[in-house]
Design a binder for this molecule. Structure first.
Ligand code: ATP
Ligand code: FE
Length: 379
């Protein structure tokens, strides 16, 4: 089986061709990041125009890369939820057009489920497994029981970690320092933190320490960072585009606090799954995915926490952690293998910008009332 995957949920037009041997035959990604950075964030109208102008090119380039045509594929997988409505509709409409013209079945895909499953292209990770999804718009802890069977055990109460890192990078004016902030604030912070000489110079309170659940909160960390920047700017008498001299240490402290918060919730999630017997007894695997998972500092430290508890931690390759067409095509392959029903047309009412993930059992997590000591990694 060969599937064409189309992803247009946010600001990247991603297309890929993947087969059932888990071989990526072709791929293409048109990123809008640099354009959005100029305007200080993703503008839905801008994103829609860019998807509209690039969708045909993106599909054709991925197919050319695979040296095949639409006739040679067995199905088209497309993201239908969650994401920006106008952006999603570009991918959906183009898929409807191709499906009708070439008589191909359509496989609708949930963007966050695709983030959670794509790791299986690269590693043999059997169901069920625990996945931490950390990205620009979401933060989820989920038990992946099967291709189309997810349990939600934790989510963010406010912002997503990637969103907070993007805003923090902008406030620290990191784009004046190196080009990476043009494509991702998270990457800019990761690079800046490497130059820190005193990574514990700044103190951030770890969020939700007293809540015995697996939920997240990142807005307090962002506010705290902004206050620290303002304080330092005024101490140094800085104005305009000048960067505070402590920026490297600030990035390191901020990144560490985000990692500690993630580790704290992840550890409780593992314990909850053990108490409720939710994970695979023979394969002690945990997965982390989404754009923020491409951060090596965050990954390495989460890995050491997870290893300490007797599990392995896996993630897709860096460029497959962030948005891409590969994960959508792969989701199509996994659904085809399972024999999940396809369709011939996707109507606008099937497109859901705010779709939740899985069956919500967060109340059970709260009831279980599991205590976890402060995250056990040191830097
Ligand atoms: P969602 O998947 O929630 O719909 P999205 O699709 O916009 O959101 P992704 O492409 O999965 O998000 O991830 C983008 C986010 O990942 C951005 O917020 C970006 O700052 C963050 N990110 C990318 N690289 C890194 C990194 N090295 N460290 C931390 N964050 C990073
Ligand atoms: Fe994403």
């Amino acid at each position: 089986t060969t599937v064409l995957g189309i992803e247009t949920s946010c600001d990247d037009t991603g297309c890929a061709v993947v087969n059932s041997e888990a071989t990526i035959l072709g791929e293409f990604l048109h990123s809008q990041n640099e354009i959005h950075v100029k305007y200080g964030g993703v503008n839905p109208i801008n994103a829609w125009e860019l998807h509209r102008d690039n969708i045909e090119l993106a599909v054709n380039t991925a197919l050319d890369d695979a040296r095949i045509g639409v006739n040679d594929i067995d199905a088209i997988a497309v993201t239908t939820k969650p994401g920006l409505l106008l952006s999603l509709m570009i991918g959906v409409k183009y898929t409807n057009f191709l499906a009708k013209k070439y008589q191909k079945p359509i496989i609708p895909v949930h963007h966050m489920e695709a983030h959670a499953l794509v790791v299986r292209i690269y590693y043999n990770i059997p169901f069920p497994y625990l996945a931490l999804l950390i990205s620009g718009g979401h933060c989820f802890l989920t038990v992946v029981n099967d291709v189309n069977d997810f349990l939600l055990i934790g989510q963010t109460l406010d912002n997503a970690p990637g969103e907070v890192m993007d805003k923090a990078a902008r406030r620290m004016k990191l784009k004046n320092m190196h080009e990476y902030s043009l494509t991702s604030g998270g990457k800019a912070i990761e690079l800046a933190a490497k130059n820190a000489t005193n990574p514990s110079l700044f103190e951030f309170p770890i969020p939700l320490q007293r809540n015995r659940d697996c939920d997240f909160s990142f807005s307090g960390l962002k506010d705290s960072l902004v206050r620290k920047v303002i304080k330092k700017e005024s101490e140094h008498g800085l104005m305009g585009d000048e960067i505070i001299p402590e920026v490297y240490d600030l990035c390191a402290s901020f990144q560490t606090s985000i990692t500690k918060h993630l580790a704290h919730r992840l550890e409780r999630a593992i314990k909850f799954c053990e108490v409720k017997n939710l994970l695979n007894k023979n394969a002690k695997n945990i997965v982390v995915s989404g754009g923020v998972a491409s951060n090596d500092y965050i990954f390495t430290n989460l890995k050491s926490v997870v290893n300490h508890l007797g599990y392995n931690l896996y993630r897709p390759p860096h460029k497959v952690c962030t948005d891409n067409g590969i994960m959508i095509a792969w989701n199509g392959i996994e659904k085809t293998r399972k024999g999940i029903k396809t369709c011939q047309f996707i109507s606008q009412s099937d497109v859901d910008p705010t779709a939740p993930l899985g069956v919500n059992i967060i109340d059970q997590v709260k009831e279980a009332n599991i205590s976890v000591k402060s995250p056990r990694f040191s830097d």
